[in-house]
Design a protein around this ligand. Structure first.
Ligand code: CP
Length: 385
């Protein structure tokens, strides 16, 4: 077997079918041959290199991801910092095409059942599954199911047991996910349940930030702690809630978090209890413009879910290219956006939001591989810690 060394790790060049099908791309001697293996260059905005994340600790500690095997992913608090770091490294290898999983999930079917609209979550999960050789079934809207005829969600849930191996569900009702979990015998991934949670969006968010600042998950205290700004109400906005819960894992890297919201109590009881158990100080502001020049990361979202519907945040919370950002500040937004995030920012280095959406396909591949416990089949021994 031929090996080459890069970043202190030996990679097999080819390994046929010895341990399942996989192929590791051999880096070329010439730089121009490496370029196609880099993340897509057609993105605008900031594109941190996944290689920087891998370089910190190239070997994957698969044991840290074992707790995800055949597990439902309902909330962000399922993840600890090590798990998040390892799953992000898997995503980085996939994004760099150092590991090309060929048909590793060819015996699996992913159902996406979206009872509420989606662009990114449904499509990126389906894209992820297709990249892994798996198959997909899709419910794009409630009206195309028996719900339109009055069928109960629980009966639809029984069908997922028969027709699929994993299901991603989005629903307007917070309680729908918990209720379904009592009937499902296959893993369920929460693709957003009303105002409650969107844990795989938080994975995509933190994968992006780990590429941007790869030292975030390393145990040594950070020299430059971050001031994180969250524009929105974690108490009733699922993406900011899931993002905040994961942010609390980064105790040594985050100096403080400022929640910018028009609401007097943007946290609510549940999120407050998460914050109370963390040493990271949380501040509340109702004026984005007075705090923005001090923020290193700005996470924004405009859509608040209220019952079955949603509403947009107040128009005071807007960013555009003339906003007085810190020089190296980055903006994350799960999208879809309205006018809170002006397109004039798209071509600036503050734009990390397109990279965030782009990376979602790779982190969701890494998650699916972890859920189906197939990582050993695609990672050569030389990359396993
Ligand atoms: N980020 C996100 O949840 O986007 P969609 O609503 O398009 O799935």
């Amino acid at each position: 077997m031929v090996h080459y060394n890069q970043h202190g790790v030996d990679y097999p060049v080819t390994k046929g079918m010895e341990k399942g099908e996989f192929m590791v791309t051999k880096p070329a001697a010439k730089v121009e041959h490496i370029i196609p293996n880099k993340p897509k260059m057609n993105l605008i905005g900031l594109c941190p290199d996944p290689e920087d994340l891998i370089n910190q600790q190239p070997r994957i500690c698969l044991q840290k991801l074992k707790p995800l095997a055949y597990k439902s992913i309902l909330s962000s608090d399922l993840f600890d910092a090590e798990m998040l770091y390892e799953v992000s490294k898997v995503a980085a290898y996939l994004q760099l095409k150092r590991i090309t999983p060929v048909n590793v999930l060819s015996d699996k079917i992913l159902a996406t059942a979206f009872f509420e609209p989606s662009t990114r979550t449904r499509l990126s999960f389906e894209s992820s599954m297709l990249h892994l050789g798996g198959k997909t079934l899709s419910v794009a809207e409630a009206a195309s199911t028996g719900v339109a005829k009055g069928e109960k969600l629980l009966d639809i849930g029984q069908m997922f047991n028969s027709y699929a191996d994993v299901v991603v569900i989005r629903h307007t009702q917070q309680k729908a996910i918990q209720e379904l979990s009592e009937y499902l015998r296959i893993p369920m991934i929460n693709g957003g349940n009303g105002s409650d949670e969107h844990p795989t969006q938080a994975l995509a968010d933190w994968y992006t930030l780990l590429k941007w600042k790869p030292t975030l998950a390393i145990d040594t205290p950070s020299q430059n702690q971050l001031h994180l700004g969250i524009v929105g109400t974690p108490g009733n906005m699922r993406t900011v809630k899931s993002f905040l819960i994961m942010a609390l894992l980064f105790k040594k890297d985050i100096e403080r978090i400022t929640i910018v919201s028009e609401m007097a109590d943007p946290l609510g009881v549940e999120v407050q209890s998460f914050c109370d158990s963390s040493p990271i100080p949380i501040y509340i502001s109702n004026d984005l413009q007075t705090v923005v020049s001090d923020l290193d990361v700005i996470y924004m979202n405009s859509i608040a879910f209220l019952g079955d519907g949603y509403r947009m945040l107040g128009s005071r919370f807007k960013l555009n290219k003339d906003t007085k950002f810190k020089k190296d500040a980055v903006i994350l937004h799960p999208l879809a956006r309205k006018d809170e995030l002006d397109v004039s920012l798209d071509h600036t280095p503050h734009n990390l939001y397109f990279n965030q959406a782009d990376g979602a396909v790779f982190i969701r591949q890494a998650l699916l591989l972890s859920i189906f416990d197939r990582l050993e089949q695609i990672f050569p021994d030389t990359l396993i810690a």
